[in-house]
Write a protein that binds this ligand. Structure first.
Ligand SMILES: [Co+2]
Length: 248
């Protein structure tokens, strides 16, 4: 192959190896399986498009509302802690019937657990095996959540990894790392922060960010988006590039 053009079609001459692998093995597998399923009549291309559109509109807003309501309503908090799927329905998320499939998605046909933080106990969620995540109520997972780096390190050095997220927990606070799997997904119910007395559910929901519910951040009045990561100045900066104010 490639000999007729006068080239040796291997990476040895450095000209034929692609800069990036354009399609991963998993993508090839997904395409093959999807096309086969459509060909066999298991679902239509339109069903697939509809499902994809639904999956992409998921976000953390319903989970934030669940937390805010649990802070305000002890009865609802009890429901969230004992039957999180029922509590999900109260904030508009029905894990089994919302997806256009009508039976959930295979990986979301699962049990949700709400983990209650206290002043002396902090929860953080991981999936050490892959990337299990309570997607119907929290949206799609952040990229870092799926990295082997986070998955292997958070279970070994939780305090250190949390500190890297900017969350420095006092020694008196116990850290509990909860490992998700295909049947059990977790949502952290953080401690309601000081300075939010008298707030409405809408006001409270605004400060419950995605990261707070994974357990790598704590809610704070005035912080309504996931905190930015600490940035470090480049060891070998590009000539002429001006670092931003924050990292100078
Ligand atoms: Co997993």
């Amino acid at each position: 192959m490639g000999k007729s053009s006068g080239h040796d079609d291997t990476a040895h001459d450095g000209t034929h190896a692609p800069m990036v692998q354009e399609v991963t093995d998993f993508e090839v597998l997904e395409i093959a399986l999807r096309e086969l399923a459509i060909e066999k009549g298991l679902f239509t291309a339109e069903d697939h498009r509809h499902y994809t559109e639904w999956a992409e509109q998921m976000g953390p807003a319903p989970a934030a509302r669940l937390v805010a309501r649990a802070w305000l309503d002890p009865g609802f908090k009890e429901l969230a802690l004992t039957d999180a799927l029922a509590a999900s329905r109260e904030v508009g998320i029905d894990w089994l019937h919302d997806p256009p499939t009508g039976f959930g998605s295979p990986s979301d046909f699962t049990l949700l657990h709400v983990l209650e933080d206290t002043p002396t106990l902090h929860h953080v969620v991981v999936c050490t095996l892959c990337s299990c995540y309570p997607r119907p109520i929290l949206g799609n997972s952040p990229e870092w959540y799926r990295t082997p780096n986070y998955r292997r390190r958070i279970v070994r050095w939780p305090r250190q990894v949390l500190a890297e997220f900017g969350l420095h927990l006092p020694e008196g606070v116990q850290v509990r790392v909860e490992d998700s799997n295909s049947k059990h997904r977790f949502l952290v119910l953080p401690v309601r922060p000081d300075g939010t007395e008298g707030w409405t559910e809408d006001q409270l929901a605004e400060i419950v960010t995605r990261d707070c519910m994974i357990g790598v951040a704590l809610p704070r009045p005035g912080v309504t988006s996931n905190p930015s990561r600490p940035e470090h100045a480049a060891a070998r900066p590009i000539a002429g590039h001006q670092p931003t104010e924050e990292i100078r």
